[in-house]
Design a protein around this ligand. Structure first.
Ligand SMILES: [Fe+2]
Ligand SMILES: [Fe+2]
Length: 337
């Protein structure tokens, strides 16, 4: 059993802006997996941070934890126009994930937000809550253990799902339903259909495509993810999600790309590459006790092992070099030793 004192020690790492970002991410994932009121409170206290990447992940984790104690802080983040669109988006999505219909009115109100990512997120969250009310239960569990913004479509034909996914005349909720059905079906045709979505509208939609491709970890979409990350015309929120997906796929060419963009001028892209490289290292070489990679900055070198020992107690990956460890940290609940 983890004591409250240990939870607050992990919380201190999360809140300490002097810590390297990857160490703070590990602290966050550990709190998320521990759950409980102390963990929710620690995560809620970190929204004053300067990193949009970290804050959006706080909201994501609170949504995935589905703890109603997080509703007040998520509402205040959604309402706070000083927070970055990507952070407010994730707060709206988290409120949909928790599934309490009491937030419906607020979500309806923010469905008209002038920030399009926020408005679209809240429209989706409203639809999800209405779907839950209509069906009286959560959709079947995701094979990736994630709570998704829309239930998967019932259709199982990849070509039909692809058509629905890419049809910009359809409601976004239906296109999301096609997206999650394709993800759950898996296989290369589904992966390539999803990757075509990286060319479709809107930015919110494309960022979610990046997210599901990261969950699937299929290398067939590496060229499309790389192209989106490289495109300076693309929204930073989309480029960020593509960087994380490349980190999850973790082929040598993906890691090469992440190293190249770890100095990107967009902070959220830079930080995503940094965190993705750390996670990949931790999930493969790190757990096998191998030497630090040459690109590691001195500050990481000092903190990495300590952070790994203190914060990250997830089970070892199933096979050496297998990037599943990332998914396990990020999405799978685990019982602390
Ligand atoms: Fe998101
Ligand atoms: Fe994200």
């Amino acid at each position: 059993m983890v004591t409250e004192e240990q939870v607050s020690a992990i919380g201190r790492t999360l809140l300490d802006a002097a810590q390297p970002l990857p160490a703070r991410f590990r602290a966050l994932f550990t709190l998320r997996n521990l759950g409980g009121p102390a963990a929710v409170a620690c995560i809620g206290r970190a929204f004053g941070d300067g990193s949009a990447l970290l804050k959006h992940e706080l909201a994501y984790c609170l949504g995935q934890m589905r703890d109603e104690a997080a509703i007040p802080v998520l509402l205040s983040v959604l309402r706070d126009t000083r927070q970055e669109p990507m952070v407010r988006h994730e707060a709206g999505e988290a409120l949909g994930a928790i599934g309490n219909p009491e937030v419906l009115d607020v979500l309806k109100q923010y469905s008209e937000d002038p920030v399009v990512e926020v408005a679209e997120t809240c429209q989706l969250a409203v639809k999800r809550l209405e779907w839950l009310r209509e069906h009286g239960e959560e959709p079947g569990a995701s094979p990736y253990q994630s709570v998704d913004p829309a239930p998967p479509a019932e259709e199982t034909d990849v070509a039909k799902l692809r058509e629905a996914l890419l049809d910009e005349g359809r409601p976004l909720f239906d296109r999301y339903r096609a997206m999650f059905a394709l993800r759950n079906l898996g296989g290369q045709d589904a992966v390539l259909a999803l990757a075509d979505g990286l060319q479709a509208g809107s930015a919110l939609f494309r960022h979610e495509i990046g997210y599901v491709l990261g969950q699937m970890q299929d290398e067939a979409c590496v060229p499309q993810l790389t192209a989106a990350l490289r495109s300076r015309a693309e929204s930073p929120m989309v480029r960020h999600e593509c960087a994380e997906a490349l980190g999850a796929i973790a082929r040598p060419s993906c890691l090469e790309t992440l190293r190249a963009f770890a100095q990107d001028e967009e902070r959220v892209v830079r930080e995503s590459c940094e965190v993705a490289l750390d996670m990949e290292w931790h999930c493969s070489e790190g757990l096998r006790g191998e030497a630090e990679p040459a690109w590691t900055s001195p500050v990481f070198k000092q903190s990495r092992r300590a952070a790994a020992a203190a914060c990250c107690q997830h089970p070892a990956p199933k096979s050496p070099g297998c990037a599943r460890g990332w998914e396990e940290i990020k999405h799978r609940p685990w019982a602390p030793a």
